[in-house]
Design a protein around this ligand. Structure first.
Ligand code: PEP
Ligand code: MG
Length: 588
């Protein structure tokens, strides 16, 4: 008999396939008493998990030294030593034997004491080594549970990944070409894992609590991200229905692909620029398939996450940027300096879990400033790459600007580094475009002044909505409150677009709102001319814009501005969207 669970569909599509479960929450917090005669077997199970972990670390070590050089191997060697260190394994085995408990519980007990010792160390560097111990212990716990991410990396067949949580740092390590879909118990519509999946056309459902347990008992699942429904072991009738809907969707995508060369222009001749958001440089191919006019946002922090635990060198940066700018020529590529922090952790830079409120903490430009060595290395690479191309091909953008002084400091740094590079013979042209992201209400409120300080502005609605409405964008418990249609959000966006117009500064939007068919008519009506989005969204947005007239879009924007609740705005926009889509035969 089939069983079903509901969640929120956040990346469109239908997937049918074998589920593979990945749980990050350790089962170890459960204390299970082991009968005395099974204690030896439990110790054997623990030793097995340790051996598997050491082997897995060795594989990672080999890969890192091949890809990044032998100097990075040291990190993995240290992890191997921790995993097999008798001062860790000995006490765990002792707890299993003496207390007659499961290995997971024993690891937790030993870990707790070990971490406390590390935290008491006066040297910050040494205290931070607790992160390595935690990492290794987590890997052993996962090995005890069966499948861990390491095994997922070697998957040789397509699967649907069912997980309790999948942070972006883990998602980038997956063989994404084998992922038919994601069913996640946590996550939200604009969490970064969702954003990556959307760019790659991987259907995703978040907030489907209980999926891991159900999936463990299932041989096949159907994931319908349009309806937000997961069916476990679908019966033949359900299966054939999902297959036929999946076919229809693929046919629609193929039809849209054929239309990729039509210009993005409204019925009354206003032309609109569609750009791509890129997280991993291999997404560029998709963007080019859909005929975009450049890259409006390259999230450079994914380079850090992808290479973690190593850090990208100046050479790594340059290689990636140069390839992207050459491939996209003659179109521009906007590279955002690393926006780590918040949910996007690079432990090597900031340490993990050290902030009580990371989303309001050291992230974005604040982190860039607090780690000047990393920031300078990236800026040097950006300027050197920009120098290889005509001015304007590479644009530099700063994340999470919350005040004018941050822009000034960033500009000053660029000027300083340019001078240093010129002094040693590099040709760094003047006028490399520098832009600010408007993602914090304070910047939106000061948009007019901000527009005078920069060459361009990009509205990051994913964070702007989060900070304006005080709704965590990754928390599915408050996903209902995360509303792009909230009048306060619309008003801020209208002001930013108007400020850009008044100051003759280009304004683009690179948050997910730019790709939302419901919002496109209002945004066009507010005067936005540049939309940057995950490449998969381009064809639908293009088709929609071609149905619109700028005049009509202006009326929609004026009417939407009269409503005072998100629900009223939404109802009105849905009605307009249905009307527009009726002419296109597109399903969204
Ligand atoms: C945004 O906040 O809208 C944005 C584009 O940046 P990110 O999603 O990477 O935070
Ligand atoms: Mg952001």
């Amino acid at each position: 008999m089939s069983r079903a669970l509901s969640g929120l569909g956040v990346s469109p599509g239908i997937a049918i396939g074998e589920p593979v479960v990945h749980e990050t929450r350790p089962i170890s917090t459960l204390r299970i008493t082991i009968p005395p005669e099974k204690v030896d077997a439990e110790i054997e199970r623990f030793r097995h998990a340790v051996a598997a972990t050491v082997d897995h670390i060795q594989e990672n070590r080999d890969r890192a030294s091949q890809q990044m050089g032998e100097e990075y191997a040291a990190i993995f060697e240290a992890h191997q030593l921790i995993a097999s260190d008798p001062s860790f394994t000995g006490p765990v085995e002792k707890v299993i034997r003496e207390q007659e408990v499961n290995a997971g519980w024993a690891i937790d007990q030993v870990l707790e004491k070990l971490i406390a010792k590390f935290e008491a160390l006066p040297d910050e560097y040494l205290a931070d080594r607790k992160l390595d111990v935690l990492d290794v212990a987590t890997q052993i716990l996962h090995a005890l549970q069966g499948l861990h991410l390491g095994q997922l990396e070697q998957l040789d067949r397509p699967v649907i990944l069912v997980a309790d949580d999948l942070p972006p740092s883990a998602a980038v390590q997956l063989p994404l070409d084998k992922m038919l879909g994601f069913a996640l118990e946590m996550g939200g519509p604009t969490s970064h894992t969702t954003i990556i999946a959307r760019s790659l056309g991987i259907p995703v459902i978040v907030g489907a609590r209980g999926s891991c347990e159900e999936a463990k008992r299932s041989r096949r699942i159907a994931l319908d991200a349009f309806e937000g429904k997961i069916v476990f072991d679908p019966n033949p009738a359900e299966l054939s229905e999902y297959k036929s809907r999946q076919r229809e969707y693929h046919e629609q995508q193929a039809t849209l692909l054929q239309m990729r060369h039509v210009p993005t222009v409204t019925r009354d001749g206003r032309s609109i620029q569609l750009l791509a958001n890129i997280d991993l440089s291999n997404e560029l191919g998709h963007a080019m398939d859909w005929n975009v006019a450049g890259v409006g946002l390259y999230r450079s922090e994914f380079l850090y996450m992808k290479m973690s635990p190593a850090l990208p060198t100046e050479k790594d940066h340059i290689e990636v940027y140069r390839e992207m700018v050459s491939k996209m020529a003659p179109h521009p590529v906007t590279i955002r300096t690393f926006d780590l922090g918040g949910r996007k952790l690079a432990r090597e830079i900031i340490g993990e879990g050290s902030e009580a409120n990371p989303v309001l903490g050291l992230r974005g430009i604040r982190l860039c400033f607090s780690k000047p060595d990393f920031f300078r290395a990236q800026l040097r690479a950006l300027l050197l790459t920009a120098g290889e191309f005509p001015v304007g091909r590479l644009k530099i953008m700063f994340p999470l600007i919350s005040g004018i002084e941050e822009v000034r400091v960033a500009r000053l740094l660029v000027r300083e580094i340019s001078a240093e590079l010129r002094a040693v013979g590099h040709e760094i042209p003047d006028g490399i475009p520098l832009g600010a992201m408007v993602e914090v209400p304070s910047s939106a409120i000061m948009a007019r002044e901000l527009a005078r300080e920069v060459d361009f502005i990009s509205i990051g609605t994913n964070d702007l909505i989060q900070y304006t409405l005080a709704v965590d964008r990754s928390n599915n418990l408050v996903a209902d409150l995360y509303r792009p249609t909230n009048p306060a959000v619309l008003r801020l966006i209208a002001e930013v677009i108007a400020a850009g117009e008044a100051e003759n500064t280009d304004v683009s939007m690179c948050g997910e709102m730019a790709a939302d068919p419901l919002m496109v008519p209002v945004l066009v009506g507010l005067g936005l001319r540049s939309f940057s989005m995950n490449p998969q969204a381009v064809p639908v947005v293009r088709a929609l814009i071609r149905q619109l007239s700028f005049r009509e879009a202006g009326q929609i924007a004026r009417q939407a501005a009269k409503f005072v609740t998100a629900r009223d705005v939404e109802e009105y926009l849905l009605e307009r969207l249905a009307f527009l889509l009726a002419k296109t035969k597109i399903q969204v």
